[in-house]
Design a protein around this ligand. Sequence first.
Ligand code: UDX
Length: 450
Amino acid sequence: MSSREPIGVIGTGYVGLVTAVGFAELGSDVVCVDIDAGKVERLQRGEIPIYEPGLAELVEKNRERLTFTTDLSVALDRARLLFVAVGTPPTYSGDADLSAVHAVVNAMPASDRHALVMKSTVPVGTGEAIKRVFEEQGKSGFRYVSCPEFLKEGSAIDDFLDPDRVVIGDEGGWAGDAVTELYRPVLTPELGGSKRGELVRTDIKSAEMVKLASNAFLATKISFINEIANVCEETGADVVEVAKGMGLDDRIGSKFLKAGIGFGGSCFPKDVNALKQLAGNSGYHFQLLNAVIEVNELQKRRVIGKLQKNLGSLVGKRIALLGLAFKPETDDMREASSLVLSARLIADGAEVVGYDPIAAEEAGKLLKGVELAGSASEALAGADAVVLVTEWPEFKELDLAAVASSMRGNVFIDGRNLLDGDAARSAGLVYEGIGRGYAPQADVPAGSSL
Ligand code: UDX
């Protein structure tokens, strides 16, 4: 039995599993609860339902401290703090669907000993609404803490154990103090963290807003650099050089300035929409976020224009997509650019073949009419054009001369600016990145007043 506080975690998706195994690694016994009996059985057998580097190893290492069950009462018996990490997917209106969160709230008994700790991303005001529900249900002793999660897929374990910050929103009292205590090892540099993660202890609504505002800001940064990339294409500037020059300004920072074919994933598209919707529901028109969303949608489709410019009509053309997941090191296909891209290509009459080192199984469920290849070279053989969609490291190692000779055509669109353009061109490929300045260098830039 560990001396650290035991916890319950409800929901065993990305956030739930990483939270559970992270706290187990820090010394807590953790009861993981999920309504999906099949998933619980697989977890009990040691099978991890998602691909996340380091997660399987850490689950194995902490097996003794982890219990997987469908029975909520086990968690209620053993722990006071119940971390909620259930899904809050978008509804048709763009609002967050809170039905899974409400199911958890309704399942709680009256108790003066327990607290819900909200990890799921929820609209501002959710904590207040839940506390009202607890009161109406005669459970006003149940405490509530907002503790948003900032982990990135692909580096989730590191993000948990070495965070930039931990945000805890509460109204004072034992529960917020207990959550703070749980996180103390990752906030204290001498205990291993290298980033000196800061604690932000605040009210519930502000904690809820930190999460939505952070994701919306990062998404804005990406749409901004994507628009700069588009202007670079018109003017002959190179967005990679521009981003480097911008990023060296401390106030701007170099991260999230990579131009590409749009952001995806389970968080950015959903959270930007949810914040826009939340603002709208409260009577505020959040203009900037409309543009961020629109730019992202258009960015995914711009690749089609690049292909048409090089190939003419796409009817009957064989197009290979390298990488299908929304980003490398994950099998997550949620809002992946490959979904929109493949659907548009098929609608234009192209034949689409895709390859992803990890996400093939997930992709197979979602990509209708796309042929799945077992390797990059299999996908490339006989293709008229290639689009590099996800910057998996293995694509950096492609033998470009072999690529050029195995293809039927020679068009290579690098949607993530991963490859060396000069090397690709010398291998005989017609190579285009995103925002890499292919406009002819005019003596006097267009629009110049010189
Ligand atoms: C994000 C947030 O970073 C994280 O804090 C939050 O908890 C969940 O949402 P994640 O969705 O795992 O994490 O992915 P992230 O690495 O942030 O990338 C999101 C998307 O932006 C990807 O599609 C990626 O390709 C794209 N991106 C990122 C860019 O196009 N350019 C960049 O410079 C950075």
